[in-house]
Design a binder for this molecule. Sequence first.
Ligand code: GLA
Length: 402
Amino acid sequence: MVRPGGGRKGKIMAAIKEDILKKFGEIFGSTEGVKTYFAPGRVNMIGEHTDYNGGHVFPCALTIGTYAAARKREDGRLRFYSMNFGHLGIIESTIENLKPEKEAGWTNYPKGVIWAFGEKGYEVPAGMDLLLFGNIPNGSGLSSSASVEVLTGFILRDFFGFEVSNQELALIGQYSENKFNGVNCGIMDQFAIAMGKEGHAIFLDTADLSYEYAPIKLENAKIVISCSNKKRGLGDSKYNERRSECETALAELQKVVGINSLGDLTEEQFEACQSAIQDEIRIKRARHAVFENQRTVKAVEALKNNDVELFGRLMNESHISLRDDYEVTGIELDTLVEEAWQVDGVIGSRMTGAGFGGCTVSIVRTDAIDAFIEKVGRAYEKKIGYPADFYVVEIGDGPCIL
Ligand code: GLA
């Protein structure tokens, strides 16, 4: 199925704003004092599993994301409702004694952020009624959860006047995900969402959070996201395992070289010292982290030189490394990417996000998009047994009040 990713952005946003306000009235009684907000999802162009290894990433915010209608309360109650999980009804909590609960489902994300604000010294003084609607496919690897986290932080700042920058909103979101929801994610997703800029990707050095915006000017080409529809949750994936494999490899390397992270090594330096790592699997994991970081630097350089073809080839190499060395792809993502590589007009294609399911990102010539969706879609369904979804996306801004 093909769905519009952005395009007539203003109109889509206005229509959704109207929908969520109407629903808010139905669910919470009235729309008096309600404000509406949006935070994007993100796609990472290149630099995968480098953000917790002190390397570079190159993500961008999308024009699809999470919409909120929210109203401050006088008491400490929290009432949550998601139009994507309407069958769950209103889920309640209070601002005191917040803790993650399995039955609380998706509300563990906003709860985690309210908790994290308190941990960081920004005590949230009152509760809220919060209704969400997301047009990012859930569990697709386009960061629906980080989008909810940044959105919640943005709303808290707006309601209570906390003096936190967008970058801090990203860090608080990551902290909540790490400490409240138990996923040791890096900073990429929350940063990409909080700092998004229309038409640009963010070249972020996760070692020190220095960043620069790089315009994505694709002549006669677009970014196409192919969603495998294989659901995954970071918590139950091997994400934390990969992270600890890299930490062990780093500790082994630090016995022979003075580095702070795998991102400090060039390919040549890694080749020269890799024998310090005592296990073949860990060598592969570390090799991916080192080479992917260097690839990301080269890819951004290529883009600056208007060499989109080279950028695409580096995307393809990134996928191969994630498939063979990091082993986070799986048959669904490999099928989407390997089929994409066969289609004329595909400049580059790779898995994006954590992996193990979720999405791929491809740069496709505009005149080849129909053929791409047709061919990759048909081959995928034949091999995997259920269809993929395709989204032609636009790069959007960070969070905003609607
Ligand atoms: C997830 C995490 C990010 C990053 C990617 C892999 O999206 O949330 O921090 O590690 O996986 O690049």
